[in-house]
Design a protein around this ligand. Structure first.
Ligand code: ATP
Ligand code: MG
Length: 585
């Protein structure tokens, strides 16, 4: 904690900040534990994923799971799926998700709900900003109760698609709830932070895809992590694809079963549908952990109770098309970033739907073996996907809570928003001067594509074996994917072999999609004209040379090269235009 403060840090010293993830479906609160670990806090009901739902019965406010349960009996006074309405006008919102809860309405320039939130029978018009304030107040209260000290500040995560108006509305709603927003950070960046903050992690340069698969929407981002800086290279959103689509599959499946037996469709009465939705979602979640799950609903329709089971194989078969939509979105954003799946080092699966084993397994087939698919089904070290955003927000909150407002803005902006970055790699070719034809010159990237600028890297290289005069050529490298088609082989052997192997209980429907001939794909560097060349004379055989490259934000380049252990060295500088093109996001 701070010592005697002299006014400047007084505000900061009184802050007590947490991380908040705020979704349309669920929210979470997180803190840094005394041991320094980011952890999501359970509310008084024991929930770590707290449904973003408020419900009112005779003036009493219910929140989270209790409120969500009210979607069956008290749907009109239950407000759900409202986050994306913040800071928007009525005409630009999609109210579909609110069919079974309080309907959004136009109210001046904003969106509101008409609900009975007092003991009076007259409904009140409550704006989405006010609803958000109430929701955040409850989260703040839960965190304060758990931590035994009033929380008054937070880092909150938002989608990359949030507009300035949405951000401002959220900050204002939080303020009303007594929460100073230290910063809004992007959900996918929070997920990367949550992974990178683990003590055992060595931060390396990498390209990461964050697939945030939620309840009502899916958001995917490609992020370059270079020297600890994060740059968002591309994003894709699907506002109609989420866990709700999977719930619907389970609902329809059980509804059909019910109709077969009882000749009545439980989806036709609102209560039946609401019950099926709640229980169907629970069944779907159970299928992420076990290969069988049951459902049991009292008085589903016409007073008839319903009970049944479904196994994972069946579910995966029914949901296969929706799963492919998720993976398709992920492939699409990689293309949008002008990258290839081969370039991606990690895929972080975040959001509740990322618990679904089949989605992670399908991604494992789409990405090469070298790409880590960080999800519970495919990695034993994966962090709970539902916790990632809140944990990342808590980490960020602990980093900045003692900063002054200005410092927060200055220190954090470059990390989360756009920074200049290299479009092409810059690297080195070493040529022995006796090798007139350049035959052995291999390009070694030193500053990778998408490195945030300014940047400086140093590396040592073995000189060509006989030593002597060595030419160091610094050039740009353009990454290309080389595809080698296999030699057309006699066809007979193929089809039989694959099928009997990996025959788990769940893959009787996808084996046919694997039958294509495998082409070999590898990243190669196409080297452009040199940026600079240096000669170092008389390098001892077997020795190394050291090259240092510094690229300014304006793309000016400074270079130094020397023989390791030798005296002096060569220096050079190149003006901006000759270096790589400056891409910005
Ligand atoms: P939104 O996309 O609506 O903003 P969110 O970000 O608030 O959603 P998340 O908590 O990330 O929501 O995801 C909620 C979705 O995840 C729900 O559809 C829920 O059923 C699903 N989900 C949660 N846990 C699991 C699980 N174990 N297996 C499968 N799906 C799950
Ligand atoms: Mg989400």
């Amino acid at each position: 904690m701070s010592d005697e403060t002299n006014g400047v840090t007084a505000d900061a010293a009184e802050r007590f900040a947490i991380g908040i993830s705020f979704g349309n479906s669920n929210s979470s609160i997180a803190r840094i534990s005394p041991e320094g670990k980011a952890e999501v806090i359970a509310n008084e009901e024991g929930d770590r994923q707290i449904p973003s739902v408020l419900s009112y019965i005779e003036g009493e406010e219910y929140h989270g799971t209790q409120a969500k349960a009210q979607l069956v009996r008290n749907s009109k006074n239950t407000v759900a799926y409202f986050r994306d309405f913040l800071g928007k006008d009525f005409k630009s919102i999609d109210p579909t998700a609110c069919h079974q809860s309080a309907h959004p309405q136009e109210s001046g320039s904003t969106v509101a709900f008409s609900i009975c939130d007092t003991t009076s029978e007259e409904p009140n018009t409550v704006t989405v900003s006010e609803i958000t304030t109430r929701h955040l107040r409850r989260l703040k209260q839960s965190a304060s109760d758990f931590l035994g000290k009033p929380v008054n500040a937070a880092v909150i995560t938002v989608p990359t698609s949030f507009t300035d108006a949405q951000r401002e509305a959220l900050i204002a709603s939080a303020k009303e709830a007594g929460i100073e927003v230290l910063q809004l950070i992007h959900e996918p960046v929070a997920a990367v932070l949550a992974y990178d903050a683990r003590p055992e992690v060595v931060i390396t340069d990498k390209l990461v895809v964050v697939a945030d698969l939620g309840g009502t929407r899916s958001d995917v981002a490609v992020i370059a992590s270079r020297g600890g800086m994060y740059t968002i290279l591309a994003t894709a959103h699907d506002y109609e694809l989420g866990g709700a689509n999977l719930d619907q599959i389970v609902i329809d499946h059980f509804a059909k079963e019910f109709i077969k037996k009882h000749k009545t469709d439980p989806r036709e009465n609102p209560r039946g549908l609401a019950k099926l939705k709640l229980e169907g979602e629970a069944t779907k979640k159970a299928l992420s952990l076990s290969t069988n799950a049951s459902i049991s609903i009292e008085s589903l329709a016409d007073g008839i109770d319903f009970g049944s089971t479904i196994n994972r194989t069946r579910y995966e078969l029914l949901a296969n098309k929706v799963f492919a939509q998720f993976t398709g979105l992920i492939e699409q954003v990689v293309k949008k970033a002008e990258l290839d799946v081969l370039d991606i080092d990690e895929v972080i699966l975040s959001g509740g739907t990322s618990h679904t084993p089949k989605i992670a397994q399908m991604l494992q087939n789409i990405f090469p073996e070298t790409t880590k698919i960080l999800a519970p089904a495919t990695s034993s070290t994966a962090i709970n996907p539902s916790d990632l955003a809140a944990r990342g927000a808590a980490i960020q909150a602990s980093l900045i809570q003692e900063f002054d407002k200005e410092d927060i803005e200055q220190s954090i902006h470059p990390m989360v928003t756009s920074t200049p970055h290299l479009r092409n790699a810059i690297g080195v070719q070493l040529v022995s001067t006796s090798d007139a034809e350049d035959s052995g010159a291999v390009f070694k990237p030193l500053l990778n594509t998408e490195t945030a600028l300014p940047a400086r890297r140093t590396a040592q290289y073995e000189v060509p074996k006989e030593g002597g005069d060595v030419l160091i050529r610094v050039c740009e490298g353009i990454r290309e994917v080389k595809v080698t088609k296999p030699e057309p082989k006699p066809k007979e052997e193929k089809p039989e072999k694959k099928e009997d192997e990996e025959d788990e209980d769940d893959n009787d429907f996808d084996s046919d999609e694997e039958e294509e001939e495998e082409e070999i794909r590898e990243v190669i560097w196409k080297v452009s004209k040199p940026i600079a060349e240096f000669a170092i004379k008389d390098v001892k055989a077997g020795n190394k040379v050291e090259v240092m490259i510094n690229v300014n934000a304006d793309l000016g380049v400074q270079l130094t090269a020397r023989e390791v252990g030798g005296k002096g060295g060569v220096r050079g500088a190149v003006e901006a235009p000759k270096a790589a093109e400056n891409g910005s996001v």
